[in-house]
Structure formats: structure tokens, C-alpha cells
Design a protein around this ligand. Structure first.
Ligand code: 5AD
Ligand code: SF4
Ligand code: FES
Length: 359
């Protein structure tokens, strides 16, 4: 067997690699190794989740943000960004529509919008919890105090997504203005886990200044956190940000990292992200075939979709919820996997394919 394939085999068995092995694998993976990695990753995923792909309905409910992350089109200094906010009623309509389409998880995402006070967020969460008691509610609304996270949890939220972006404080400083810190970001993630959320971290692949050392720091951090979900997608420049002229992350690097993460975290929920679908027309399908098992079609009202622009060229901005859903189902089917109507919870102990759960 080739040396890289031995490394991949070891990664599959031990769910970890030495820094040195990771470095060599990352830098010398050829097409044959790549095919071997993806086959191993699919095998690991199927052992836990079968051939099921989980749907999360994404509701982008506010494009206001008080932060100024250098990479993001919603940053507060971007005067060209169009801002909108959905009312509680509109958010609930999105959930109702999503439920009819077969979604059992709603992901509520926004910029860090000061209008979204704890009180308002809790009321929205409680209303969804009441209308759809069989669904999972995921929040993705940024850095908050432990008390706020606890309040949302008590109101009925089950899951929280907060990409750590980079685990290296120096790299973090290069991606964010001084008022944001790597330390607080990590504190948030540990608090979320401790409270009992199914917690998701993640990074952009190929973000400006990212090196293999940063990726290693990310892998170490993820092992320490033990996330239930890991969201990764390529960095894609946005024309009205300080990083407008920086190179995007690549399809290849993103797929390699997905395969590696699947082997390191066989139980993790790994989305094939919209950013991956943006840099390649079949990016999300390729993501599934490299070890991802979640897709997040957009449920936001068509009228506002074009305004939630984190990066240039974002796909799915013109479609209605039903169109995206149908398109996504068709795409998944081409991979040989099947979309399921289920909350798609993290499966800690099962190590055999289990029957569909419709809880
Ligand atoms: N390219 C790719 N992903 C981005 N995000 C923000 N801006 C960009 C960009 N330019 C990602 C960040 C953030 C998530 C909501 O979107 O990782 O956590
Ligand atoms: Fe705001 Fe999130 Fe964009 Fe940063 S990445 S500017 S916090 S929306
Ligand atoms: Fe949105 Fe295809 S998934 S249009």
C-alpha cells in the first residue's frame, strides 16, 4: 500500500494522526490517495448514519451585524449591504412551510444584530418549540454570554452553531478586528457544550493567512472540544470587504478536509455547505461523497435571500423554499444517498446503521 494510504488507514483506525503524518498527507495527497480517503470516509459515515443525509432548513432572519469581520459581506462597515429583519410571524411561516416540505430541523441564523435581544430570541424559540414540538431548533447568532445561551436553551433551543473560524489566536487577529478574540470564541463553544447544546464549530478552508499550522491547531482544538457538528466551507471573497482581492479556498482542499474530519469524528454531523456549492456546481454532492452527511437548503423568503450575502456569487438566492428543497433532493439522489425526514440527531453510541427515526 502507498504511504499515504497507510496514513489514511491509520487515521480511520485511530481517529487521529500525528502532526507530521497530517502535514505529509495534506501536502502530498494525489488522486489515488484522495479516492482512498473518500471511500474510507464514506465507509465510516455509513457505519454510524447509514446512507442517510439530513436536511436542515436555514432561515436567515436578520442581515444586520454589529461586528466587522474582515472576510464577511455582512460586516457593519459594508454600507452596500442591504439590511433586513424578519418578524417573528415571518420566521414562523418559514418553519411551517419547511415542516410541510419535510424539514425537522430549523437553523435560525443572523448577524450579531442588537435588535435580537435575549427576550426576543427566547420568544421566537419558544413559539417554534410550541408550534413544532417534534423539531430541533438550532441557533446560529454569534457570541453571547453564558447566561444568554442558557436562556435560549431553556426556551427550547437544542443546538448551536458557532464556527470558531481559526483556533490560532494570531490568525484569529488577522481575520477579525481587535474587539473580537479567539479566547472568547472558544469560551462560547465550551459554554454551549457545557449547557447541553449539540454544538457545532468550524472554519473556512483557505481563509487569508491560513497555513497548515493553523489547520493543525484547528484539528487539535476540535479534538479538545468534541463538537457534534463541524461546518466547513471554502473562503470566498466578497467585493466590499478588506479581503476582496484574496484568493478563495479550493474545492480540493475543502473535500480533503471533509474526508479527514469524517475519519477523525465518525459521529459528527458534517454539512456540505452552500459555499462548497458556490465554488463548484456539484460541490455539495462531492462533499457528500467525501464524507459529509448534512445539507442546509435555504428556507428564507425569496424576497430577502439576495440580501444575506456573506460572499460573492452565493447560490440559491433566487429560489423559493420548495424549489431549493426539490433541487436538493434530486442532487442527493444522484449521490446514491437518501434524504430523510428526521431531526437527524447526533448519534453517540450507535455503530450500526439504524432504522429511520422520525422522532
Ligand atoms: N466566505 C466563506 N464563508 C464565509 N463566512 C463568512 N464570510 C465568508 C466568506 N467570505 C462564514 C463564516 C461564518 C459563517 C456564518 O459564514 O465562517 O461563521
Ligand atoms: Fe457578522 Fe458573522 Fe459576518 Fe462576522 S461573520 S461580520 S459576526 S455576520
Ligand atoms: Fe437551492 Fe439547488 S439547492 S437551488
Amino acid at each position: 500500500m502507498k504511504e499515504n494510504q497507510i496514513r489514511i488507514e491509520r487515521l480511520a483506525q485511530e481517529q487521529n494522526l500525528s502532526d507530521e503524518d497530517f502535514r505529509v498527507l495534506w501536502q502530498t495527497m494525489d488522486q489515488e490517495d484522495e479516492a482512498f480517503l473518500y471511500a474510507k470516509a464514506r465507509e465510516a459515515c455509513q457505519r454510524v448514519y447509514g446512507r442517510e443525509v439530513y436536511l436542515r432548513g436555514l432561515i436567515e432572519f436578520s442581515s444586520y451585524c454589529k461586528n466587522n469581520c474582515y472576510y464577511c459581506g455582512l460586516r457593519k462597515s459594508n454600507a452596500h449591504a442591504e439590511r433586513y429583519r424578519l418578524t417573528q410571524e415571518q420566521i414562523l411561516e418559514c418553519c411551517d412551510e419547511g415542516y410541510r416540505l419535510g424539514f425537522r430541523t430549523f437553523v435560525l441564523q443572523s448577524g450579531e444584530d442588537p435588535y435580537g435581544t435575549d427576550d426576543r430570541i427566547c420568544r421566537i424559540v419558544a413559539a417554534i418549540r410550541q408550534a413544532h414540538p417534534d423539531c430541533a431548533i438550532t441557533l446560529s447568532i454569534g457570541e453571547k454570554s453564558r447566561e444568554s445561551y442558557q436562556a435560549y436553551f431553556d426556551a427550547g433551543a437544542d443546538r448551536y452553531l458557532l464556527r470558531h473560524e481559526t483556533a490560532d489566536p494570531v490568525h484569529y487577529r488577522a481575520l477579525h478586528p481587535p474587539e473580537l478574540s479567539c479566547e472568547n470564541r472558544k469560551r462560547c463553544l465550551f459554554d454551549l457544550k457545557d449547557i447541553g447544546y449539540q454544538t457545532g464549530c468550524g472554519i473556512m478552508v483557505g481563509s487569508p493567512g491560513q497555513t497548515i499550522d493553523q489547520l493543525l491547531a484547528d484539528l487539535h482544538f476540535m479534538k479538545e472540544l468534541g463538537p457534534h457538528m463541524i461546518g466547513i466551507g471554502p473562503f470566498i471573497p466578497h467585493r466590499d470587504t478588506p479581503f476582496h482581492d484574496r484568493a478563495p479556498g479550493t474545492l480540493t482542499d475543502t473535500l480533503h478536509l471533509l474526508g479527514i474530519l469524517r475519519l477523525m469524528f465518525p459521529h459528527a454531523l458534517l454539512p456540505a455547505t452552500t459555499a462548497l456549492g458556490t465554488i463548484h456546481p456539484r460541490g455539495r454532492e462531492k462533499g457528500i461523497l467525501a464524507g459529509a452527511n448534512v445539507v442546509m437548503p435555504n428556507l428564507s423568503p425569496a424576497a430577502v435571500r439576495g440580501k444575506y450575502l456573506l460572499y460573492d456569487g452565493k447560490i440559491c438566492t433566487g429560489e423559493e423554499a420548495a424549489q431549493c428543497h426539490e433541487c436538493m433532493e434530486a442532487r442527493i439522489r444522484t449521490t446514491g444517498y437518501e434524504v430523510v425526514v428526521s431531526r437527524g440527531d447526533w448519534r453517540p453510541e450507535d455503530n450500526v446503521p439504524s432504522p429511520h427515526r422520525t422522532d
